[in-house]
Design a protein around this ligand. Structure first.
Ligand code: ADP
Ligand code: ADP
Length: 220
């Protein structure tokens, strides 16, 4: 049951130790929250799990192997990393269609995920005119496109309105209930309370806690 395994993971940017000897595992069937203040090293860790950043030391594996994003593709791991990564001049549908094509995914998945994230009515609009919440929904659609067993979401709630927050929580719970492995980062404990059942907490690149939400809350 260890889908994501991080061992002694370390990343140095010049003089900055962004991630320091971090070890934790993420299991299927749960929503695991990845909590820490801004600058704690969450995005850097997620990027190393995805193979987008090379660790200075240590390793991050998915299903036992390092995950090079360019080879494994969206069928294996879906991720929302940066709400701003779609080309502003493209429509939402065109963005997803290009992603589907480059990952050899069926074209029908585009309409399915647009519907699933509530963007069916905005499919032909340019992403440049989208609100942050709509761009987050599009990023979530990209993560879902390949129907992957492992999903990483970096600060997914940013820019969502309260209805969107409720929706995304329900989505994460449903993905976990389907047996998928879901890792969700946030800098706010309040966001984790109705979302995650386990917490990996980091500060200044180091592990602070790795336990159930109830255990973490009980310690204060
Ligand atoms: P978080 O996602 O928790 O906000 P990050 O992983 O983005 O944290 O950043 C961790 C630390 O690494 C911060 O001090 C940040 O300034 C630094 N950092 C992140 N990316 C880079 C980069 N490409 N070059 C230099 N420093 C970086
Ligand atoms: P139903 O239970 O009626 O099949 P679902 O929401 O489970 O409804 O599935 C509807 C469509 O959405 C299906 O094509 C399915 O492949 C897709 N789908 C469901 N869950 C996910 C998911 N987590 N990621 C990607 N696609 C999904």
């Amino acid at each position: 049951g260890r889908v994501i395994e991080v061992k002694g993971l370390t990343k140095r940017y010049g003089g900055v130790l962004a991630v320091s000897d971090l070890s934790f595992t993420v299991r299927p069937g749960h929503v695991t929250g990845f909590l820490g203040p801004n600058g704690a090293g969450k995005s850097t860790t997620l990027r190393m799990i995805l193979g987008l950043n090379r660790p200075t030391a240590g390793s991050a594996t998915v299903h036992g192997v390092p995950f090079p994003a360019h080879r494994a593709g969206l069928r294996h791991v879906g991720a929302l990393l940066d709400a701003g990564d779609a080309h502003p001049g493209r429509s939402a549908a065109a963005h997803l269609t290009a992603l589907a094509r480059s990952n050899a995914l069926p074209r029908r998945r585009v309409d399915e995920v647009l519907h699933e994230v509530g963007l069916a009515g905005a499919a032909r609009r340019r992403v440049g005119g989208f609100s942050l919440g709509m761009r987050q929904r599009l990023g979530i659609a990209s993560a879902l496109l390949g129907d992957p067993p492992v999903l990483l979401f970096d600060e997914p709630v940013n820019g969502l309105d309260p209805e969107g927050v409720r929706w995304v929580r329900g989505l994460f719970r449903r993905l976990a209930a389907e047996g998928r492995t879901v890792l969700v980062s946030s800098h706010l404990m309040s966001e984790m309370e109705n979302t995650a059942d386990r917490l990996v907490v980091i500060g200044r690149g180091e592990l602070i806690a790795d336990e159930s939400l109830a255990e973490f809350a009980a310690r204060g």
